[in-house]
Design a protein around this ligand. Sequence first.
Ligand code: GLN
Length: 514
Amino acid sequence: MADLTDYTAVKLLSLLQAGELTSTELTKAYLDRIEACDQKIGSFLRTDPEESLKHAAAMDRRRNAGESPGPLAGLPIALKDNLCTRGQTTTCGSRMLENFKPPYDATVVEKLREAGAIPLGKTNLDEFAMGGSTESSALGETCNPWNTTCIPGGSSGGAATCIASGMSPLSIGSDTGGSIRQPAAFCGVVGLKPTYGRVSRMGLVAFASSLDQIGPLARTAEDAALLLEVIAGHDARDSTSLDQSVPRYRSVLQQPLKGLKLGVVEEHFGEGLDAEVESAVRESIRVYQELGAKITSVSLPHSEYAIATYYVIAPCEASSNLARYDGVHYGYRTDENILHATLKQQRSGLSATDDEQALNNLDSPLVRLYRQTRAEGFGAEVKRRIMLGTYALSAGYYEAYYLKALKVRRLIRQDYDEAFREVDLVIGPVTPTPAFPRGSKIDDPLAMYLGDLYTVSANLAGVPAISIPCGFSNAGLPIGLQLQGPPLSEDRLLQAAHWFQKETAWHQRRPALN
Ligand code: GLN
């Protein structure tokens, strides 16, 4: 048999189902691959081979006993480390949660377990998913498998690199402003951000709650469809999850594209777009034309405000979500002595007003505990977001920044509504450039933020979007193509991506790692 780690998830599943392969063999193959490659790439923050093999053996036993143990039975999968896994460390790439073991599983993790998937490990990410290069992770470095001097993208850098380098057939990422699509583009894999609410976020550590969405990464659209079908659906424990039935995504894929109306986003071909990215995307549009799609041009006139809007709303929500890391409830806590002083003071019979005074007194032990815990537990990018958000939400600035941003957000959504009256999907680049050298932007946040130019709008509008490999730069780095659709058009997006992959071979290239 050829190298198992080279196969698609769909192919592996059929081998498992036919009894030509056991989950134990398959899981071993991936664990070996991780052993051989991950030192160089750094996709995983943690693996637990014994645990993975235990799950695989259980799946094999169930299959041998004649059970049909679920739609992903026996297939390994990697999880971004901001998804809660019961009793297993979930760090968000932060010192703050370095030793945090959640008491429950995320709904997505539960669903994967029920579907029979084999957890391979937890993947690296930008701290609390804030970033576009995985460089803000406090717990590890991740490299682009196509050129290890380059960043893999982010924040789901580990989730994309483990697919690109054959260390997992499937992985789960999260996307608040591009964190699934951008690393997928930089690593030459498929990444889908579903409609806001399509996948439950219960147990996803919150970054910006009105934007966060969980989604699949894989080598092919078909593999992504397989995975989305398992993780999508309503969840009573996430009030933002949509109560809508889940289509059989994989069966929709085969339907021909003839008559599909694709709108080329005018604003996505302007200033800042790298020439090689532009030509790969334009060439892909020609491929769709040959496939029978009707190509027109559409405008998303408020695109130019997307970055400014996102970088107000996301930090505002982050500053609020991250207030919970106070060193008291859970997570990192600074020097215990400060806490003991606080408790001693409390026990000596302080009243509620004294407590308030203690909070206002910047030198009180309680405030020192908060301050020091957060100063030590959070990295620079997370602190920057908390400060931006706190500022934009403060009295006097709220109207000028946050409220204004919400209004522009509505206009961005309206642009999409207009566009989707004319076309089925819109098409354009994922990123302005291919992956950049490690270290080149980490000290220039604005330059880093500008890289999110084409991805943040889908989150602001809540619409689904997919990134698929569509070419390579002269330097050998992958280029991504983005398709975006109206709410709940994941089936359409996957179908369009599938036909593109039947027509092209970009997704079949592999980085030379050895
Ligand atoms: N790069 C964007 C940011 O830094 C998006 C991150 C994400 O989608 N989690 O906020």
